[in-house]
Design a protein around this ligand. Structure first.
Ligand SMILES: *Cc1c(COP(=O)(O)O)cnc(C)c1O
Length: 439
């Protein structure tokens, strides 16, 4: 399968090129040339299939031409070694719990899949090692580091701003060892990003070592997110019967997650419509109302993984709907909530339904509660475990949040990181030393 750039000024790329580059040379986002419609028969029996089987069928549609079936299926099964259950919160609102992976958030799915696909390309090309550079303000670093942990032929460097990530976030990528190196930068998140960018531009460095990034616009992180929409539908049919056509609500920041759902619908998945739930960073909501897309600087909220002022996957949504505001509005509606409304929702749902939401999932739940028509069934994506936002959630509910064993285990690990200054020369020397050890 070939991938084209949404900016249309770069040539098509193969899957391997698109994965290695992330962004197209013209700075557009890669889109698959074809989106296959899956046969009706697949959907008729989908409730008899488990998550890995469903995911393998969907993976065939995207990656089947580029990766041999047995390799692809082994890779999918290895990536999805945790469950994604659909849980009833009320009679008409169901929660798709995407937080049972290693870092308790949905980004685990894409990060684990991308790591294994990259590992396969390294083996196939007989390369010694690919180096993944990732700058993080907290959560991306943990999903990428854990996703790539132990994958042969890939070394990950996580750059994070010293003293600016929470202790639990820091532990999630500094305690791993093996093929993960944490670099503690004496600077800000922007400095970390600038170092990564400078490394990609440095001819000497790129001549000596193979560098790539693992950010969320990468097709290998983006496309596998379609898998769990099919799995959600399968479980929903089991619970609500064969005629169900759910409304799916996605708490959205960069809009990668919901766009993967729109791809699933294009492949034939019976979804009645989507709702994109925003916090106060409601650029997409405003676009739906007015037809005008005006990005603006993000403001901090308690659902901070959605604090995005210029959602990068908006270009993919426009592309999918041929730039038609009308077509987009026919499939997607929006919602926007303040911190106060998010807090009220967490409190209310805990009290009335004994279900503890995280601040992101709370936006999703509320948009369904307000937006479902009589007779409709809604599924919202619970994108992270509430314990990841322990202090916020405890302050809202006044009750202790139980921390899952997985998260506690990170806290007991020993932090290992290499301090570096924000000067490129220091960072470059550190990378070069590592490259020498690889030879
Ligand atoms: C990343 C993230 C989001 C936003 O997902 P997008 O794909 O960027 O829209 C929502 N909730 C949580 C917990 C996240 O980590």
């Amino acid at each position: 399968m070939n991938y084209y750039s949404t900016n249309r000024r770069s040539a098509d790329a193969t899957l391997e090129e698109a994965v290695m580059r992330g962004l197209a040379p013209d700075r557009g986002l890669y889109m698959p040339r074809r989106i296959e419609t899956l046969p009706a028969e697949f959907f008729e029996h989908i409730e008899d299939m488990d998550f890995p089987d469903i995911a393998c069928r969907v993976a065939d549609a995207f990656f089947g031409e580029d990766v041999p079936a047995d390799t692809l299926h082994a890779l999918v099964r290895d990536a999805l070694d945790f469950d994604v259950p659909l849980v009833e919160v009320t009679g008409r609102i169901l929660s798709l719990e995407l937080f049972h992976g290693p870092t308790l958030a949905f980004k685990d799915v894409g990060a684990r899949f991308m790591a294994r696909l990259l590992g396969y390309f390294v083996r196939r090309e007989g390369r010694k090692e690919v180096n993944v550079l990732v700058a993080t303000s907290g959560d991306t670093g943990s999903a990428v580091a854990n996703g790539f942990l132990g994958v042969e032929g890939v070394h990950v460097y996580v750059l994070y701003p010293k003293g600016k990530v929470s202790e639990i976030q820091e532990k999630q990528f500094t305690t791993l060892g093996q093929n993960i190196t944490a670099l503690e930068v004496d600077g800000t998140f922007d400095d970390c990003q600038a170092l990564v960018k400078a490394a990609f531009m440095d001819k000497e460095l790129t001549g000596r070592m193979l560098l790539t990034s693992a950010n969320s616009i990468n097709v290998a992180r983006f496309l596998p997110q379609a898998f769990y929409y099919f799995h959600a539908y399968a479980q929903c049919r089991r619970m609500k019967g064969k005629d169900v056509k759910p409304v799916v609500c996605v708490p959205s920041g960069n809009f990668g997650n919901i766009t993967a759902g729109l791809f699933a619908k294009r492949m034939g998945l019976p979804v009645k419509r989507f709702i994109a739930a925003n916090n106060r960073n409601d650029i997409f909501y405003q676009y739906l109302q007015t037809g005008v897309y005006s990005p603006r600087p993000s403001v901090p909220t308690i659902a901070n993984a959605m604090d995005v002022g210029d959602p990068s996957n908006f270009a993919r949504i426009l592309e999918l709907y041929g730039n038609s505001h009308e077509a987009i509005c026919a499939d997607i509606s929006g919602a926007t909530y303040t911190d106060g409304q998010i807090a009220d929702t967490i409190r209310d749902v805990l009290e009335r339904h004994h279900y503890l939401l995280d601040p992101h999932g709370a936006c999703g739940y509320r948009a369904l509660d307000e937006g479902l028509a009589p007779g409709e069934t809604g599924i919202f994506l619970e994108t992270a475990h509430p314990a990841k936002f322990k202090d916020t959630v405890e302050a809202i509910t006044g009750r202790p949040v139980e921390v899952p064993a997985k998260l506690r285990a990170f806290m007991e690990g020993q932090k290992q990181s290499i301090p570096v200054s924000a000067r490129f020369e220091d960072f470059k020397r550190e990378l070069s030393d590592h490259a020498r050890h690889q030879l």
